[in-house]
Ligand binder design. Structure first.
Ligand SMILES: [Zn+2]
Length: 445
């Protein structure tokens, strides 16, 4: 037992409160033996409790070429655990970062709703923080410049930091200065040495993807002006649990974040959250604003108080809130498999829509292949002509749906289901219907 091993008192307290439920979980909760002890990526405590174990799957963003179809495909355990000291939910580190980021096919600008989200965010922050030609905005994981280009248009100096060189080049080509490198303390020090000091540091949908969260957050704090603001967006763990969004768990996604855990992590780097907004993106996200901590009694908005209350009501400071999640997954897998098998038995054709990472988690956790779904379509030319990892379903152009007229279109990225349905309304002309599998199987339209 490690010096951090305080699980016995916690389990006793849990027993008093939820006796029967916890007894059932004592059997299911994965205990890690001394010889394979894993430690929290933030606080280094031993990770003793399982959040969800999804078996072994290929990397969710490793789309295959035709030549790779014939080669053995590596797969890795997909298992998220929770730290019972800082409540950080985290996936096991099983894959080197360069394998994850080597050929990252995601371009932010491909989704229309995302482009509008970015435009509004830039306009709002420019006004709220009085950004002008004397200000400096830095975005980490700035992708193809989808967000910073709006600041450039408003005359606000920007710098993007983006690990993928091919994507950084796209950003530069549209006038967004971008450094192609991983962000952390080393990069932050190099930028500060060059005189960079940021009024606004943006990290949207990147915090969950960084291998070393202390190195990353420390770097963010380093490049902020004394009165600078840090803005982070990340999918909210509360929504993941409530919506049974287990398919948002994949190897490239190291953390599943609550405000509780993020406030603890930021505080360790001298930062305090002063505002939180709840967003509908990615199934329910938080936008957190932080600045340097001033003292014991930080002033916070009602938004911060509301999310703190919601998380407390969900029991986020208690292990049961996390260890009961695995129970929500099995009925979803069974529901989707039963539907697809029945559709096959009835001679129906099924296509998938959206070659998203979450679709790969869903298909591969279910063990679905081309025996149950014919193909997947995606709007991204970078994915068309490739194959889904694991399931090996071919990825085709969206027009293929109108040529083959499937009976069912399974929308894999359920978070954009309204957009997918609205741009593909004519599917109903031949009686086709849309299906989503999470949080439960639903046939729409
Ligand atoms: Zn921890």
């Amino acid at each position: 037992m490690s010096s951090h091993g305080r699980n016995a008192p916690i389990l006793n307290a849990a027993n008093e409160k939820h006796g029967r439920e916890r007894d059932a979980w004592a059997k299911k909760t994965t205990r890690i033996g001394m010889n394979m002890e894993r430690r929290c990526r933030f606080c280094n405590a031993a990770l003793e409790f399982s959040f969800v174990d999804l078996g072994s799957t290929p990397l969710a963003n490793s789309f295959l070429t035709a030549a790779q179809l014939e080669q053995p495909e590596p797969s890795y355990p997909l298992h998220a655990r929770v730290c019972h000291h800082c409540w950080l939910v985290q996936a096991d580190a099983v894959v080197p970062a360069h394998e994850i980021f080597g050929e990252y096919a995601y371009f932010s600008s491909m989704s229309e709703s995302w482009v509008e989200h970015a435009r509004r965010y830039a306009a709002t922050t420019c006004e709220r923080f009085a950004l002008n030609k004397h200000s400096q905005v830095v975005e980490v994981a700035s992708n193809d410049g989808y967000l910073l280009k709006h600041y450039v248009a408003a005359g606000v100096p920007v710098l993007g930091v983006e690990p993928a060189e091919n994507i950084a080049q796209v950003a530069r080509s549209i006038g967004v200065p971008t450094e192609a490198r991983f962000f952390g303390q080393d990069t932050a020090n190099a930028l500060v040495d060059r005189g960079l000091a940021a009024d606004l540091v943006i990290g949207n949908n990147v915090l969950a993807h960084v291998p070393d969260i202390n190195d990353f957050v420390g770097g963010l704090a380093r490049i902020m002006k004394p009165d600078g603001v840090l803005s982070l967006e990340f999918p909210h763990l509360l929504r993941l649990i409530e919506g049974a969004q287990f398919d948002t768990i994949y190897h490239e996604h190291f953390y599943y974040l609550s405000l509780l855990a993020v406030e603890t992590i930021l505080a360790a780097h001298g930062l305090a959250v002063f505002d939180v907004e709840e967003l509908p993106t990615h199934g329910g996200s938080l936008r957190v604003f932080a600045r340097r901590a001033k003292g014991a009694h930080e002033e916070v908005t009602s938004g911060v108080k509301k999310v703190r209350c919601d998380e407390a009501a969900a029991g986020f400071d208690h292990i049961d809130a996390y260890t009961t999640f695995q129970n929500k997954v099995a009925p979803i897998l069974e529901g989707l498999l039963a539907f697809l098998k029945q559709a096959r038995a009835d001679g129906k054709k099924v296509a998938g829509y959206g070659a998203a990472a979450k679709g790969n988690t869903l298909l591969n956790t279910c063990g679905i292949g081309d025996d149950l779904i014919d193909y997947v379509v995606d709007r991204s030319p970078a994915k068309q002509g490739r194959f889904m990892p694991g399931s090996k379903l071919p990825i085709l152009e969206p027009d293929r749906i109108f040529e083959t007229r499937p009976d069912y279109v399974l929308i894999l990225p359920w978070n954009i289901q309204d957009e997918v349905i609205s741009i593909n309304r004519s599917v109903s002309e031949w009686g086709g219907r849309f299906v989503v599998a999470v949080p439960e199987l639903r046939v729409l339209g």
